[in-house]
Design a protein around this ligand. Structure first.
Ligand SMILES: [Zn+2]
Length: 257
């Protein structure tokens, strides 16, 4: 949050830069790394992977991290295959025969038929199905056949492991905030509301990284009254009313949880 008088000026400046060009019909979509803006993930390709051109993504302590749509489209599959294969997976139809797959999720945040844009959280990293540890299994397909993955038109590394930094859903580049309670520690909750269990505190003045934001219990804090909650880690939420983010309301470019 921030004080309202600043927002009118800054919001006006940001809008122009946030707009993405329209995708021409049948052209390949501009796919982006399937994680929130600014995050860096290790992506591995290997010739014995099934299918061969899929990418497995990891980073430290990644279980429960948000997975986002890598391009605009319509969710056409939200399926749980149980303990085999993809486990819990989402498929997005991008038009022109292109689709993307997101597998081994721990949970879903979208439903079939839902329209999604860049940066939309579709689920969370998990280890469901035939997976031996948390990671995101990601595919791009054309007319059902898997194709070599490209981000912003640049081919992924085949074969090997490489770091990929997300430019997905970026606009202001802001996914950070500073806790401002005027002294007392701020309670961290396991979900977006005061009814969720306390899972710790963050000290006044702490700089936090906000992975996504969602609506929860209405809280009155340093920056007024708000129902926005900030996800600052796996199962860790704080009330946005106590966080200076530079934005009045939701932060541009930060996904909804
Ligand atoms: Zn895989």
């Amino acid at each position: 949050m921030r004080k309202r008088w600043i927002s009118l000026v800054v919001t006006g400046l940001l809008v122009g830069g946030a707009l993405a060009p329209a995708t021409p019909a049948l052209a390949a979509p501009t796919f982006r790394v399937p994680f929130p803006c600014g995050q860096t993930w290790s992506g591995q390709t290997r010739s014995d992977h099934s299918p061969a051109y899929a990418v497995d993504f990891n980073r430290t302590d990644d279980s429960g991290d948000p997975v986002v749509a890598s391009a605009p489209g319509t969710v056409d599959r939200v399926t749980d295959l149980g303990g085999t294969s993809y486990g819990k997976y989402v498929r997005i139809n991008h038009g022109g025969g292109y689709s993307t797959y997101y597998a081994h999720l721990s949970g879903f945040n979208v439903s079939v038929g839902q329209t999604v844009g860049y940066g939309k959280v579709i689920g969370w990293v998990g280890s469901t199905g035939g997976s031996t540890g948390p990671h995101l299994h990601y595919e791009q397909r054309l007319n059902g056949a898997d194709i070599q993955v490209r981000f912003n038109g640049t081919l992924a590394l085949y074969w090997g492991t490489k770091s990929y930094t997300s430019g997905n859903g970026c606009s202001s580049g802001s996914g950070n905030g500073t806790v401002d309670t005027s002294g007392t520690p701020l309670t961290v909750r396991s979900g977006p509301g005061t009814g969720y269990a306390s899972v710790g505190t963050v000290a006044d003045g702490t700089r936090v990284t906000i992975a996504c934001q969602t609506s929860g219990t209405t809280v009155t804090g340093t920056y007024g009254t708000s129902s926005i909650w900030d996800r600052i880690g796996s199962g860790r939420f704080i009330a946005d009313a106590y966080v200076y983010t530079g934005s009045d309301g939701y932060i541009p470019g930060v996904p909804r949880c």
